[in-house]
Design a binder for this molecule. Sequence first.
Ligand SMILES: NC(=O)c1ccc[n+]([C@@H]2O[C@H](COP(=O)([O-])OP(=O)(O)OC[C@H]3O[C@@H](n4cnc5c(N)ncnc54)[C@H](O)[C@@H]3O)[C@@H](O)[C@H]2O)c1
Length: 452
Amino acid sequence: MESDAKSKGGSVVGTVESQHSRLLKKIRQRQAVIGIVGLGYVGLPLMIRFAQTGFRVIGFDIDPAKVEALNAGRSYIEHIASDEVAAARSAGFEATGDFARATGADALILCVPTPLNSHREPDLSFVHGTMDSLVPHLRAGQLVALESTTYPGTTEEELLPRIESRGFKVGSDVFLVFSPEREDPANPNYTTQTIPKVCGGVTPACLEAGKALYEQVIERVVAVSSTRVAEMTKLLENIHRAVNIGLVNEMKIVADRMGIDIHEVIRAAATKPFGFVPYYPGPGLGGHCIPIDPFYLTWKAREYGVHTRFIELAGEINSTMPEWVIGKVIASLNTKGKSVNGSRILVLGIAYKKNVDDTRESPAVEIMERLRDLGAELSYSDPHVPVFPKMRKHQFALSSVALDAEKLASFDVVLIATNHDRFDYDLIRKHSGLIVDTRGVYLEPAANIVKA
Ligand SMILES: NC(=O)c1ccc[n+]([C@@H]2O[C@H](COP(=O)([O-])OP(=O)(O)OC[C@H]3O[C@@H](n4cnc5c(N)ncnc54)[C@H](O)[C@@H]3O)[C@@H](O)[C@H]2O)c1
């Protein structure tokens, strides 16, 4: 093993021990500078956690509006308080779009989007874009961690060669890990600190560095044997949800035909103290994870000649849910001698899940789109989304409607798409002519309530 430092790729490269042990020492003494790349739903809470723990954090983002807001101490995400951003700012946090600053970071944590393209295949353009911006500014002695959900192999196939293209050896000059994010926005029971974090490294030295880093801010770090295991772990977690939600959505249709309330069944089954985990049916999958992540595995599995049947089947069932809900709206209007065309329909909750302001992939919006195509006159109410947001695929020039008795009575259908706690469900039940409840909000049957 070399003992003298030598010049490589414009950087000073030392021995395996020296780069590695220097990095570990900096991390353990909390002297390491942390670079968070992508200051979104995942990157922002992580930045706050590192700042709270005494680390200096540089945040990188390509969106100048986010950089400006965060530097002004303002959060742009509802469930993240501006006070926390301001406190991080006071502790030395700074946001920037200047990737040359990456050289000054000891650890670079990538939290950028991994969506699907129009062919429902992995779109790694954000990961590639990030690496293109970072690679010229890497230096020896840095740790690179990918947190974005992706298929097994991404870290070693996409990040490793890009890093090594600069002449660095991963495992001795630069350390590379995959550590999936497990954020559950607006869940009061868990924080970034208390959610155990899985971490896999390209080499044992990489893993040791990754583990040391995350252990500074997270109570339990679960080390696994490779980046591929860590990548697959995240996919298993989300596929487990997608498949079980698909199962209860199918059960909902069967129960509906049989005149049984699926929510009552789930409540009863959930009293079993072992071997049953309750999942709840709804108007379809939403958010940036469950509708998307399983298809990262489907795509990669094809390379190995494997067809992921459970994922496909769950996807098929879950993606028909908006249409099933619309069928219920049509049928219930029909009993009143009305058609969707010309009806006034109020959608309650356009965020993809309760108590958040995130509308990405929200089935409520897909339902609104389809009802509009059928000629309905649409309004929505969502205390977390005051103005209909700019979305890639959907456009509505609407603002959230304030709910009162008179307003509720003025609609032909009130469709509960997302069951936010801030809705007054008694008021809604009392004054709505017809409620289509896709979330099992109302336990007791009533003449004006249709479960969907
Ligand atoms: N939101 C969650 O609850 C959650 C949970 C687990 C995993 N994830 C995964 O984490 C990843 C990030 O998700 P998110 O919800 O935080 O996304 P997000 O869209 O909220 O944030 C991503 C941020 O990255 C920025 N960005 C895009 N390209 C960039 C680039 N080249 N350089 C720097 N910044 C760039 C965007 O401007 C944005 O601010 C995804 O892979 C997602 O699947 C998200």
